[in-house]
Every structure is written in C-alpha cells, then in structure tokens.
Design a protein around this ligand. Structure first.
Ligand code: HEC
Length: 187
C-alpha cells in the first residue's frame, strides 16, 4: 500500500514535469524572440519621436549643430545631439545622431542645408534600470527622415533592444567598439 502510493506520486510528478516543461519553454521562447520591434517598443518609439520633435532635436526645425565626418554604417556626414528629453513622465538621456548621405554632402553643404541629405536618425535613449541590464539599458531606434520606423530585411521594426544577441546590428557593433556605456564617440 505504502509502496503503491509512492509510485503513483512519482508517476504523477513525471507527467506533470513533462507537460509543464514544453509550456514554459514555449513561453520563454516567445518572449525572447522579440527583443525588439514588438508593439510596446514601437509605441515607445513613437512617443520618443514626438518628444524629440517638440524639443527641436529631430525634424526640419531641429537645432542645427556643426556636422562632422563619420564612419559606416552611419552616414558619411553626421550631426550628434546629446541631451535629456522627457518622454511621458520620465526624463532620460538621449543621443540623437542625424545621418546625412548623398552626392554633394559635406560638412559645409549639410550645415547650410540641414534637411537636404538626411538619410536616417539613429537614436539611443536611456531606459530605467532593468530594461536591458547587459546592455546598459539603452533603447535603440532607427527612424526614417519623416519619423517613421526603419525595418530590417525581415521587416522587423528597428526599435527596442535592437538585434540583441545577434552577430550584427546596433548592440553587437556598439558592444565591440563602444566604451563601458556602449558609446563610441565618448569612449
Ligand atoms: C557596424 C557598427 C555599427 C552599427 C551596426 C551601429 N553603429 Fe551606431 N555608431 C557606430 C560608430 C563607429 C559610431 C561613432 C560615430 C562614427 O564614427 O560614425 C556610432 C555612433 C552612434 C551614436 C552616437 C553615440 C555614440 O555611441 O557615439 C548613436 C546614437 C548610434 N550610433 C546609434 C546606433 C543605432 C540606433 C544603431 C542601430 C540601428 C547603430 N548605431 C548601429 C557604429 C555602429
């Protein structure tokens, strides 16, 4: 009798684990499949753009800082603004890089015509601690010149922990050549 009930407990627990394992695995996979481009990231990226636009950090009326020559994959001529911005109720540090490309784009022509050669805005925004602890809690986003989100070849929106864990992309490149805070210009 005693032996029997022990056996049935063992059998039960084996069934229970074999059922719960694939379920929790599936759940965790579903989560980690989306380090970026999910609906929350996209919604946040839109709010961030509006906040940046109101503060004249992006868009046609943005502050026209002195351009400089940059490297691939960012534009050949760049402008960088490093400041703080309030998104909803929280203020966070933001680094906005305006990437300029095209024939005729040089430091002087870009400064004189700041909207003529804009190819993209690449932005890093500091999220609260815990957002992405392994990568200094940066939110990465790439906007087209009109503020819409750029996508990767798979059609995923470039907003969030962009390409986290992959060999190429914002995080991989900034991790390999950036400083402790994954910043490259201030290394
Ligand atoms: C292959 C390397 C590489 C990739 C991929 C890359 N960057 Fe960068 N990034 C750089 C380099 C190099 C600089 C320094 C400026 C320069 O020389 O162009 C830089 C500078 C920046 C800066 C200015 C702050 C700093 O770190 O100095 C921002 C903001 C930025 N990148 C955002 C992004 C975003 C967003 C993505 C992805 C959509 C991205 N970067 C992908 C190489 C990369």
């Amino acid at each position: 009798m005693l032996l029997n009930s022990t056996k049935s407990i063992i059998v039960f627990s084996i069934v229970a684990t074999s059922l719960s394992l694939p379920l929790s695995y599936a759940l965790s996979q579903g989560k980690s499949e989306m380090p970026f481009g999910g609906s929350q990231d996209v919604a946040f990226a839109k709010r961030l753009w509006s906040a940046l636009k109101s503060a004249d950090i992006v868009g046609a009326n943005r502050i026209n800082v002195r351009p400089f020559e940059g490297n691939e994959p960012h534009g050949s001529i760049q402008q960088v603004l490093d400041t703080n911005v309030k998104v909803q109720k929280r203020t966070g540090r933001v680094i906005v890089k305006v990437n300029h490309m095209g024939e005729g784009a040089d430091i002087d022509t870009v400064h004189a015509n700041p909207n003529k050669y804009v190819a993209a805005y690449t932005v890093m925004f500091k999220k609260p601690k815990g957002y992405d602890p392994e990568n200094q809690d940066w939110f990465w986003v790439k906007y087209n010149p009109d503020g819409s989100l750029d996508t990767n070849p798979k059609g995923m929106m470039l907003a969030g922990r962009v390409a986290k864990g992959m060999d190429e992309g914002c995080i991989a490149c900034h991790r390999s050549i950036g400083g402790d805070d994954l910043e490259i210009l201030k290394k």
